[in-house]
Design a protein around this ligand. Structure first.
Ligand code: ADP
Ligand code: 5GP
Length: 188
């Protein structure tokens, strides 16, 4: 019997909202979910592992992937390229696996244009003050990079209503439970 195609979930959020934290928890609960590892030209942060957090590649390598049409979508985000490699995502979906993408608003628009069945979730911080707090506490950005991310965050927040679901990440447990409910994934 032919397997049903997997579902494609997209999670977007302004930088510092807690997307990576929430997705890590989702992956621990939904063992069958496949997280799409993006390629990026931004340098790795301490603790980030090549092939797990991202594929950290050079500008030249990224542009070669663009020319070869390897990306499902890609975008420029505050000075670096980020992109979703097509092959692993398509093959997982065809195997019937659900796939989750952590991508920005521009990438989400590109995916929706090609795959309108994708289920989109926008994670928001409880306030812009708290967002700044979280970015500062994470301590991974210079003051200038943090400013640029906060400017970008304000523009991204204006797009939240174009998503299927908006979830507030006030408490991680609550946000995770809400997303599990949307995905129809039960906690063991
Ligand atoms: P993103 O992936 O959206 O950029 P991160 O997952 O790296 O964000 O989270 C940014 C910072 O906020 C991290 O230091 C993380 O531990 C913290 N954080 C995430 N969710 C919450 C929350 N609900 N309450 C307080 N701090 C949080
Ligand atoms: P960060 O540098 O904080 O890891 O990510 C910055 C932004 O890039 C976040 O909004 C994140 O969702 C987005 N991002 C990560 N991977 C991709 C991708 O493959 N494509 C697009 N369009 N955005 C991505």
């Amino acid at each position: 019997m032919k397997k049903n195609r997997g579902r494609l979930f997209i999670i977007s959020a302004p930088s510092g909202t807690g997307k990576s934290t929430v997705i890590k928890r989702l992956m621990e609960t939904c063992k069958d979910l496949y997280f799409s590892v993006s390629a990026t030209t931004r340098p790795a942060r301490p603790g980030e592992v090549h092939g797990v957090s991202y594929y950290f590649i050079t500008h030249e390598e990224f542009e070669k992937h663009i020319r070869q049409n390897d990306f499902l979508e890609y975008a420029e985000y505050v000075g670096n390229y980020y992109g979703t490699l097509k092959a692993p995502v398509i093959s997982r979906l065809e195997e019937g696996k659900d796939v989750i993408l952590d991508i920005d608003v521009q990438g989400c628009k590109q995916i929706i244009a090609a795959m309108p069945e994708a289920i989109t979730i926008f994670l928001v911080p409880p306030s812009m003050e708290e967002l700044e707090n979280r970015l500062r506490t994470r301590g991974t950005e210079s003051e200038e990079r943090m400013r640029n991310r906060l400017i970008r965050a304000k523009a991204e927040m204006l797009e939240k209503d174009s998503y299927d679901y908006v979830v507030v990440n006030d408490e991680v447990d609550k946000a995770v439970a809400e997303i599990l409910e949307i995905m129809g994934c039960k906690k063991d």
